[in-house]
Design a protein around this ligand. Structure first.
Ligand SMILES: Cc1cc2nc3c(=O)[nH]c(=O)nc-3n(C[C@H](O)[C@H](O)[C@H](O)COP(=O)(O)O)c2cc1C
Length: 271
């Protein structure tokens, strides 16, 4: 890409970050009374569904918010120790769990806020070490708080999906968040995409704090491979595509320096 093209794309990116004036600037599909999209994906016909435990009171959670905010950091050095199914369940619930509904089909209320309660995300987890789960990729069925097995990816694909960041591919589980853009667009039309990304930050931070409360580690990944993630998650890349990735694992030593992992990624891998 030459300098001119780079400058043009930067300009587009800056404008995308700004909020256009709302008044009179759009008529959404909701305004046009077009049918509302489903609030979440249901399990595919015939797929294997695994109920997730909800007895979170059994977890040893650090519930001190001040301590969590102070200790939260990106943790990239994971052990091979497995997560329990209850821990995985809690992480999924924290990131995308449904706590209630508005109307029969109008909106879900979740552990995270979302502009207009549109919640246009799905979550998939590539499980490596979770007690009681075969390694493979699972789709989180937020509607029933369950998992749906969707297939597997090779160790190579796992590594490529995070653009060669080796530390990430060692995690017990990799969370892949996807966007289903029409869920936002139906209501917000041209405003949808900026709002969706603000929403996504809340999702990521909830996962950071939930992991911290369980003494696990996570780290946001912006440098993921769009094409590989979309392919392994079996997404069409248009009506649903990957937007954020977060590996989670047990941490070998909570005081261990993260600097080396971060800088080896930046320098040795050339990103
Ligand atoms: C959206 C986002 C994308 C990120 N992408 C990467 C990444 O691809 N690789 C990486 O090593 N760290 C990544 N990070 C972690 C940041 O480098 C980290 O948050 C930052 O250095 C501050 O450190 P702290 O989270 O420990 O406070 C990402 C963080 C966020 C929020």
């Amino acid at each position: 890409m030459d300098d001119r093209q780079t400058k043009d794309l930067i300009e587009i990116g800056r404008n995308f970050m700004k909020s256009p004036d709302w008044t009179g600037s759009m008529t959404s599909d909701q305004d046009k009374k077009l049918p509302q999209p489903a609030l979440y994906h249901e399990a595919k016909k015939g797929s294997e569904v695994i109920a997730l435990p909800r007895d979170f009171e059994k977890l040893k959670l650090n519930e001190n918010l001040f301590e969590l905010l102070r200790s939260r950091k990106s943790r990239r050095i994971y052990s091979e120790e497995a997560l329990s199914l209850l821990e995985l369940s809690f992480l999924l619930w924290s990131a995308q769990g449904i706590k209630g509904k508005r109307g029969e089909k109008y909106a879900t209320l979740r552990t995270v806020p979302s502009g207009g309660a549109r919640h246009g995300f799905e979550c998939y987890v590539d499980v490596k070490y979770v007690v009681g789960l075969e390694p493979g990729i699972y789709h989180y069925l937020s509607g029933g708080h369950a998992l749906e097995f969707t297939g597997t990816q090779s160790a190579d694909e796992r590594l490529q999906s995070v653009e060669g960041q080796k530390w990430a591919s060692r995690a017990a589980a990799i969370f892949y968040f996807t966007a289903v853009p029409y869920r936002f667009e139906w209501r917000y039309s041209i405003f949808a995409h900026r709002i969706a990304l603000v929403d996504l930050g809340h999702v990521g931070e909830n996962l950071y704090l939930a992991a911290e409360a369980l003494k696990l580690g996570t780290c946001g990944i912006g440098a993921f491979s769009q094409s590989i993630c979309d392919r392994v998650l079996k997404l069409d890349g248009k009506n649903e595509f990957t937007v954020y990735v977060q590996p989670v694992g047990k941490v070998r030593d909570r005081e261990e320096s993260e600097e080396s992992a971060f800088y080896s990624f930046v320098t040795e891998e050339g990103l």
